[in-house]
Design a protein around this ligand. Structure first.
Ligand code: DC
Length: 223
């Protein structure tokens, strides 16, 4: 690819965005960027330091002293690979809380824009097509029924040997959907010019093919 191409993949949690976005990035020769991992890394640090979300001065001071990067599939917090530390229920909760704070979003959006100005990216998140790159060449809004997202997550955890109630997962998904869509700043919503892809009854490969065909066929969500 000669020019820089930006592909935005937004949608609610559990829709399979990261799996899909990673495969699409490989297929089109772009770098995959997981913005959720960045919010998780910030949530991890704030939680570790015990910074209260309402203590704006402290949050800003910590952010000024924080380095976040996402390179080659790895999330770095202050130069350290924290990939193995950010996928717990506690950090999901912390990411949800701290990602609603304006200084946190300001900082991470700036980093995301810098990454996307340097190279072609498939960036997954909640506000990529609406806020980070409103001029992205391709925008997808990937979703699936809440029940199906819960079932997938339950299966994934079961395969990892974790026994969690499906009803509990569904409740968490509803809560996260509510928080993501009702946040004051950059809430999750489908960009007007984004292509809606409902993966409820699609396989991963079918979803990947749908996106890659659109990108390689040059059919953008933007008309
Ligand atoms: O996609 P994820 O579950 O790893 O995201 C973690 C949290 O970060 C989730 O609460 C939503 C939030 N997030 C966000 O507000 N904006 C993004 N671009 C990506 C994630």
């Amino acid at each position: 690819m000669a020019d820089i191409i930006r592909i935005a993949v937004d949608g609610p949690s559990g829709a399979g965005k990261s799996t899909i976005a990673k495969k699409v990035a490989r297929a089109v020769g772009a770098e995959y960027v997981d913005t959720g991992a960045m919010y998780r890394a910030v949530g991890y640090k704030m939680r570790k330091l015990g910074a209260a979300p309402e203590d704006t001065d402290r949050i800003e001071a910590i952010l000024n002293d924080t380095e976040i990067d996402f390179r080659s599939g790895v999330i770095y917090l202050d130069g350290e690979d924290v990939s193995g530390l950010i996928r717990t229920p506690e950090i999901s909760e912390a990411a949800s809380v701290y990602s609603a704070l304006p200084p946190v979003r300001r900082k991470l959006v700036e980093i995301q824009r810098q990454i996307g100005h340097r190279r072609s990216v498939v960036m997954d998140g909640r506000d990529i097509g609406t806020n980070v790159f409103p001029d992205a060449q391709y925008k997808f809004y990937l979703t699936a029924d809440a029940e199906e997202r819960a079932r997938r997550r339950w299966k994934e955890l079961k395969e990892k040997g974790q026994d969690v109630e499906l009803s509990q997962i569904l409740q968490d998904i509803h809560q996260r959907d509510y928080a993501d869509t009702h946040r004051e700043l950059n809430p999750l919503m489908q960009a007007e010019d984004a292509e809606l892809v409902d993966s409820t009854s699609m396989t991963i490969d079918e979803v990947v093919k749908t996106l890659v065909d659109k990108i390689q066929g040059g059919v953008s969500g933007r008309v």
